[in-house]
Ligand binder design. Structure first.
Ligand code: PLP
Length: 370
């Protein structure tokens, strides 16, 4: 009865683990920062609600939000944007707009699991290029080149990466962009973690020449996962037009209230709220690193450059260990959920209130000792 395109689409391993966890489990697994949305934005949302006029917006988004997003990229082309229902819809609408059955899409191993599922739901084939776990997940250039065929339509980069929390180096970017440019491959860059930097905000790849679509949103930067605001932007309007058409028939527009709040989030005071979030993440990170470092030399923590994940190697079976932890009340994500190259690793999200983080870390280390 169900459409063949959905036959192999399962719920993600992350969600499966969470569904199995005891009710009061400490969640260091889910890909969201569990702090409240900044007060400034909540207050503003109440003002909008009081006004009462909550209507459709243009399909591509409220003009004032498109202006604010363009401003964020120092662009004066608000028309080259489509505001989406989270970055997730941006990924879906982009693949929906460009992927024909049989097309191959290159993605990193390891990477955010939704890419593969959506590609395959739409009849495409996922081809992985390797990030090398023996070398702090640097790009394996040979693997990238050998992944390309006549059927390659697109490469999706996640920069900074979930689950790794690292960005591609300048050299890696040059290599990927030059290769794609030569072979006329569309480049999609998912930058949802760009604002969660430890030291220096990574440059957006928006400025680059070529067929590039940037995806981003406010879920991570402003603890706004529930508001569902994302976007696509490109230097080339012709790349965004088909996405606006797809988006119109997927959901008409992103919710009005969330779009209004998004304008505030991208204002100078809204961006200050992001600084406060990073401050909290930094102290959580210091806390968990100190705990792990004083515990054992056998825990290898990938040196990363963005919040809120630690990617750690404990030299044990990641899936079995994550299942055991989960049954005992701490959720973390096994690296295999992100691809073969993640096997043996765990992703730990420390973006949670400090009390819970303390309890979760203690429990984690206690179970590790058993
Ligand atoms: C890499 C990546 N892209 C996109 C998303 C989706 O984010 P949103 O909440 O904006 O839909 C996530 C969420 O975890 C993510 O990790």
């Amino acid at each position: 009865m169900i459409a063949t395109r959905l036959e192999n689409a399962e719920i993600s391993l992350i969600r499966k683990l969470i569904n199995k966890a005891p009710e009061n489990a400490i969640n260091l697994g889910l890909g969201e920062i569990q702090f409240p949305t900044p007060e400034l934005l909540l207050k503003y949302a109440k003002e909008i609600l009081n006004d009462g006029r909550i209507h459709y917006t243009p399909n591509a988004g409220l003009p004032e939000l498109c202006e604010a997003i363009a401003g964020y990229y120092n662009s004066s082309h608000a028309e080259n944007i489509c505001v989406t229902v989270g970055a997730e819809e941006a990924i879906f609408a982009t693949l929906f707009s460009y992927l024909d059955p049989g097309d191959e899409i290159l993605i990193a191993d390891p990477s955010y699991p939704a890419y593969k599922t959506i590609i395959e739901m739409l009849g495409g084939a996922t081809v992985y290029f390797d990030l090398d776990p023996q070398n702090d997940f640097k790009l394996d250039k040979n693997s990238f080149l050998s992944g390309i065929s006549d059927a390659t339509k697109m490469v999706i980069l996640n920069n900074p990466s979930n689950p790794l929390g690292i960005s591609f180096s300048q050299d890696e970017i040059e290599f990927i962009f030059e290769t794609c440019y030569q072979k006329n491959i569309l480049i999609v860059v998912d930058e949802v973690y760009r604002e969660l930097f430890l030291q220096k905000r990574p440059d957006s790849l928006f400025e680059r020449n070529g067929n590039i679509i940037i995806i981003s949103g406010l879920s991570k930067s402003h603890c706004m996962t529930g508001w569902r605001i994302g976007w696509v932007i490109s230097n080339k309007p012709e790349l965004i037009k088909p996405i606006i058409t797809a988006h119109q028939y997927i959901c008409t527009c992103a919710p009005y209230l969330s779009q209004k709040v998004a304008v505030k989030a991208l204002s100078a005071e809204g961006l200050k709220a992001n600084e406060a979030i990073r401050g909290k993440l930094r102290s959580n990170r210091d806390f968990i690193l100190k705990k792990f470092n004083s515990f054992s030399q056998d825990i290898y923590i990938l040196p990363n450059t963005s919040f809120p994940y630690l990617f750690v190697n404990l030299q044990l079976n990641d899936l079995l260990f994550a299942e055991r932890l989960c049954a005992l009340g701490v959720i973390v994500v096994p690296g295999c959920a992100f691809g073969n190259k993640g096997k043996g690793w765990l992703r730990i999200n420390y973006g949670i209130e400090i009390k819970l983080l303390e309890q979760g870390t203690d429990l984690f280390l206690r179970i590790l000792l058993e």
